[in-house]
Design a protein around this ligand. Structure first.
Ligand code: YSA
Length: 480
C-alpha cells in the first residue's frame, strides 16, 4: 500500500494513560486528534462470554476451555476482528462482527479492527463458491479509505450517541495488515512461517474442501489465504499480546489456522469467538457477493433505506435481532417485545431496532433524516413534507419528475397540473381533478379552479408534491 494511505494509529495505550487513542489516516494528517480524558482509572475488564445470552459468541474455539473466562476477567485483553476491503463499504453482515468488537470495548477490553489491505488482494475463499475477481491495488486503496472512515464513524457514533456515559471507553485501534506485509520478503515468509503449516490440515479446511470438489477448483493464492490470516493473528499476538480473534462462523477455519501457528511457535493458547452468520428470511447469507447487501455507507444505502430495511423485517426475527444488533439491556428488550406482542400492528420492535441500528451506523443526524423521510413518505401529512429540502424531496421520490415554476398570483389547481406537465391538455385534465385523481401535498383537491394558497398548496420550503392517479408523483419547485 502506498505510504500516503497508510493507517496511522498514534496512541498512548497504557491503562493508566490520560490520553485516548487517536485513529488517523496518513493521507489526512490534519485530522489527527488526541482527546484528553479525565479518568485515570484502569478499565475493569469483564467476561464477554456472557454475551452468549444475546446469541453472540455461541461458537468458541478451542471449545470448553475454562481458561478463557479467567483470562477475560484477569485484565483487559486485545481482541481483534478483520474486515477485507473488497468493496467500498461494509454491509450489515459485517456489522455484527463490528458490534461484537464494540461489546468487547464496553467490557473494558482493547478492540482492534483490522482492515485486510493485503488479504483483500489475495481473496478469502471462506464461504465463497467461486473464485473472486482480482482486486486492483488502486481499488483496494480507495476501499481501505472508505472502510477506515466507516469504522471510525461507527465506533464514534456508538460512543457519542449510544454509550453516552461519563466513563470513557477503552481506545480502539484500526490497523491495516498491509503495514506488516508491504516489506515482507516472500522467501523469508515461506522459509520461516510457511514451514509451520501442515498440508493435511490446510486441505481439511471446509473452505478448501468445498472448493476442491467444485468444477472450478481453487488457485494457490486463495489456498494460501488461511496462512496470511494466521500470520496476522501471530503478528498481533507478538505485538500486542492479542489472544482472541472474532469473526463470523465462516472464519473459524482461518482462526484455527492462527491458533495452530501460534501454538506451534509460542506454545501460547489463543482463542476464536464466532458470531452467527446473519441470513435473509430465505436463509441466504447477507453479504456483498450475494447481491442482497444492505450497505453501511450512506452513498450506497441511505440512512432512510437502512431504517426502512429494519422496519420491514418480519416479527419472527425481532427478538433475536434486538439482541444481536442493539446494545439495549436485556430487560429493555423483553419490555419492548412484551409491548410488541400486545399490539404487533404498531411495529414497536421494528421501530426500536431500526432506530438503534440507524443511530449506530449514521449517528443522530442520520437517524433524524431517516425519521423525517419516513414521516414525509408515510404519514400523509403536508407538515412532514415541509421538513424536507428540495434535494431531500427529490431524493425521496427518486423517480418523480420535477419542474421549476415561477410563482405568479392567481395560479389555479388546473394550471398547476399543466405547468408541472402532469395533466393532459384539454378537458380530460379537469375531469381527472373532479374525479378525485389529483392530490396536492397528500390532500385530494377536486376543484380545478381553486387558487393556490401559500402554506397549503405551496409549502413554506417552496415545494409542492403532486400525485396523479395512484402513484405518479411530481415535484414542483417554486421560484419568485
Ligand atoms: C480477518 C482476519 C485477518 O487477519 C485478515 C483478514 C480478515 C478478513 C476475513 N478473512 C474476511 O474476509 N472477512 S470479511 O471482510 O468477509 O467479513 C468481515 C467479518 O464480517 C467477518 O468476520 C465475517 O465473518 C463477518 N460477516 C460477513 N458476512 C456476515 C458476517 N457475519 C455475520 N453474518 C454475515 N452475513
Amino acid at each position: 500500500m502506498a505510504a500516503s494511505t497508510r493507517i496511522n494509529v498514534c496512541a498512548i495505550t497504557s491503562r493508566y494513560s490520560k490520553f485516548r487513542i487517536c485513529i488517523s489516516h496518513m493521507s489526512r494528517p490534519n485530522k489527527i486528534h488526541c482527546h484528553q480524558i479525565n479518568c485515570i482509572r484502569p478499565y475493569a475488564s469483564s467476561n464477554i462470554l456472557t454475551l452468549h445470552e444475546r446469541g453472540i459468541f455461541n461458537d468458541i474455539f478451542p471449545d470448553g476451555s475454562d481458561e478463557l473466562p479467567k483470562l477475560l476477567i484477569s485484565g483487559p485483553q486485545h481482541i481483534y476482528c478483520g474486515f477485507d476491503p473488497t468493496a467500498d463499504s461494509l454491509h450489515i453482515g459485517n456489522l455484527l462482527a463490528l458490534i461484537s468488537l464494540i461489546h468487547c470495548q464496553r467490557a473494558g477490553h482493547n478492540s482492534i479492527a483490522l482492515i485486510g489491505g493485503a488479504t483483500a488482494l489475495i481473496g478469502d475463499p471462506s464461504g465463497k463458491t467461486k473464485e473472486r475477481d482480482p482486486l486492483s491495488k488502486s481499488a483496494a486503496e480507495s476501499n481501505i479509505r472508505c472502510i477506515h472512515d466507516s469504522l471510525t464513524r461507527i465506533f464514534s457514533n456508538h460512543e457519542r450517541c449510544i454509550w453516552k456515559k461519563d466513563k470513557p471507553l477503552p481506545p480502539v485501534r484500526i490497523l491495516n495488515n498491509m503495514d506488516w506485509y508491504k516489506d515482507k520478503n516472500l522467501i523469508d515468509f515461506l522459509s520461516t512461517v510457511g514451514r509451520y503449516f501442515r498440508m493435511g490440515t490446510m486441505l481439511s479446511r471446509h473452505s478448501v474442501k468445498t472448493r476442491l470438489k467444485s468444477p472450478e477448483g481453487m488457485n494457490l493464492t486463495e489456498f494460501l489465504y488461511q496462512a496470511f490470516q494466521a500470520y496476522d493473528f501471530y503478528h498481533l499476538h507478538k505485538k500486542y499480546g492479542c489472544q482472541i480473534q472474532i469473526g463470523g462462523t465462516d472464519q473459524l477455519g482461518n482462526i484455527m489456522a492462527g491458533h495452530e501457528l501460534i501454538s506451534r511457535i509460542t506454545e501460547k493458547q489463543v482463542y476464536g469467538l464466532a458470531v452467527p452468520l446473519v441470513t435473509t428470511t430465505t436463509g441466504d447469507k447477507l453479504g456483498k457477493t450475494e447481491g442482497n447487501a444492505v450497505w453501511l455507507n450512506a452513498d450506497k444505502t441511505s440512512s432512510f433505506e437502512l431504517f426502512q430495511y429494519f422496519i420491514r423485517l418480519p416479527d419472527i426475527q425481532m427478538e433475536r435481532y434486538l439482541k444481536l444488533f442493539t446494545f439495549l439491556p436485556m430487560n429493555e428488550i423483553e419490555d419492548t417485545m412484551r409491548k410488541h406482542r400486545n399490539k404487533p400492528e404498531n411495529r414497536t420492535a421494528q421501530k426500536k431496532l431500526a432506530e438503534q441500528v440507524t443511530l449506530l451506523v449514521h449517528g443522530d443526524e442520520g437517524l433524524n433524516k431517516a425519521i423525517r423521510f419516513t414521516n414525509a413518505l408515510y404519514s400523509g401529512s403536508p407538515e412532514t413534507l415541509q421538513q424536507l429540502s428540495g434535494a431531500e424531496l427529490k431524493g425521496l421520490f427518486k423517480s418523480a419528475p420535477s419542474t421549476v415554476v415561477t410563482l405568479e398570483p392567481g395560479i389555479t389547481i388546473l394550471q398547476l397540473g399543466r405547468l408541472a406537465n402532469c395533466l393532459p391538455q384539454g378537458g380530460k385534465a379537469e375531469q381527472i381533478i373532479r374525479d378525485g385523481g389529483f392530490h396536492v401535498n397528500y390532500k385530494k383537491v377536486t376543484n380545478p379552479n381553486q387558487v393556490l394558497l401559500q402554506g397549503e398548496h405551496i409549502l413554506c420550503n417552496d415545494l409542492t408534491l403532486l400525485k396523479v392517479g395512484k402513484k405518479n408523483y411530481h415535484i414542483v419547485q417554486w421560484v419568485y
